[in-house]
Write a protein of this length. Structure first.
Ligand SMILES: [Zn+2]
Ligand SMILES: [Zn+2]
Length: 447
């Protein structure tokens, strides 16, 4: 079979219908590898690891890429916390003159107890950063991404005569806790290894049919900043409010006042979200507590919007407290996390439109959809170095088309990413992931 394919490739090079033949041969190569890829996926799915602890996953990926002939460096990355080892994998294949393309996959899984009931469901438990034992699941589909990278790496190695340039494959740890991409850059990703001209990643989708891909030019995901606010009052007896300053009431006013930032201070054309995800204060019915703690997440696309929203949160917290008569020295403490923060994902429009054309050729126009941006976040944006390197993250459909249809008809939402019952359909998802990724590299590095 393999000899036949090689012969076909050689013949294609000689005739004008080469493009069609090349597509057919790519399909044949993917079909040849598909059962192995599905097995790889199931193995990865059954053995997920939490962010900061992706040791076996990284080693598995490194071993596979080494076996394919890539030059592989392991344990790339440096966290701010020196106690954590970064399990980044960087594989390089230099194949003549031309641009450098970097493909990225994440390696980590989530603290979710899998409830899919699949034969290859995860039963893994492991300790998290806080030392607690938790169940772990690839509930975001990073196992799909790793497997697609392995499949792509193999094809591009075999099709070396069809491209010229340098391919860099990055296995990035700790995406879910958004400090992985920064750790890799801090450890000199773009100094120690060839600096890319293009950065590409895919992410599976819990809404899009398997067999399809999606693309979003421009901002596609938001920046995310975690904010901690401590409203301090003066505690006392619940029956004597006159001799205390109640932080519960101030916190309640603060939460309501926050709603005016997006609605009254921000341009309606610049999306932003402020969510108070946690509020805690007090111990008992009849005690006015000393303080109330709130945890917020802030999402925005533009950096100036993010900065303005954060400044408004600080101003409103302080203003609300002072208006309630809380003394200056008990003003709220507002902290913007330096670790739980990530940049927006901006898909270089020109590169993204180029990919859309490649996808249409490879998968058929009906299988390529332009998707609207979302306010969720990921740390892929760091790899573009403030948009100085064209980067794009495209969407890979992972859901049984029948289920998508049923969900639309019955208006019942499908299980989302991070859900305990999120279950990508392996075969069509991987087939499309490998084909899309391989076709992109063949186009960006075409001879
Ligand atoms: Zn995720
Ligand atoms: Zn993810």
């Amino acid at each position: 079979m393999r000899n036949k394919i090689c012969l076909l490739l050689a013949v294609c090079a000689l005739f004008p219908t080469a493009a069609i033949h090349a597509q057919q041969s790519l399909d044949a190569l993917i079909e040849r590898d598909l059962s192995t890829l599905v097995a790889t996926y199931k193995t990865l799915h059954a053995s997920p690891e939490l962010s900061h602890y992706e040791e076996k996953t990284a080693s598995f990926l490194a071993t596979q890429l080494k076996a394919l002939g890539y030059t592989v460096t392991e344990r790339v990355g440096k966290y701010e916390n020196p106690q954590w080892t970064a399990y980044g994998v960087v594989a390089v294949m230099k194949n003549g003159p031309g641009p450098t393309v970097l493909l990225r996959t994440e390696l980590d899984a989530l603290p979710v107890e899998e409830k899919t009931g699949l034969p290859y469901a995860s039963k893994v438990k492991m300790k998290n950063d806080a030392g607690q034992e938790v169940s772990v699941m690839h509930a975001c589909g990073h196992d799909v991404h790793i497997t697609s990278m392995i499949g792509t790496a193999k094809l591009l190695m075999e099709l070396k005569n069809q491209w010229s340039g340098t391919l860099v494959l990055l296995g990035q740890p700790a995406e879910e806790v958004i400090d992985g991409a920064r750790s890799i850059l801090r450890d000199g990703l773009y100094e120690r290894f060839p600096k890319p001209d293009f950065v590409i990643a895919l992410h599976d989708s819990a809404d899009l049919e398997a067999g399809k891909v999606g693309y979003t030019p421009g901002y596609s995901m938001a920046s995310s900043t975690s904010v901690d606010v401590k409203i301090r009052g003066l505690g006392g007896h619940g029956a004597r409010p006159e001799s205390s300053k109640d932080p519960v009431v101030v916190a309640a006013q603060f939460v309501v006042a926050l709603q005016t930032i997006v609605s009254r201070e921000n341009s309606p054309l610049d999306p932003a979200v402020i969510t108070v995800g946690s509020i805690h204060g007090g111990t008992k019915h009849n005690i006015i507590p000393e303080e109330v703690d709130l945890q917020l997440t802030v999402r925005a696309y533009k950096e100036e919007v993010r900065k303005r929203v954060l400044a408004s949160i600080e101003r409103i917290a302080r203003g609300t407290a002072l208006a309630a008569g809380i003394p200056e020295d008990r003003a709220p403490i507002v902290k913007f996390s330096e670790t739980q923060v990530t940049k927006a994902t901006y898909n270089d429009p020109q590169l993204t439109e180029r990919l859309a054309v490649v996808f249409a050729k490879a998968l058929g126009q009906d299988n390529v959809v332009k998707l609207p941006p979302v306010m969720m976040s990921e740390d892929f944006g760091y790899l573009s170095m403030d948009q100085t390197i064209p980067a794009t993250l495209f969407t890979l459909g992972a859901v049984d088309p029948l289920k998508v249809k049923q969900s639309q008809e019955t208006k019942t939402p499908l299980p989302s990413l991070h859900s305990a019952i999120f279950a990508p359909v392996p075969e069509p998802t991987l087939r499309t992931g490998v084909k899309a990724m391989t076709s992109v590299v063949l186009d960006l590095l075409k001879k």
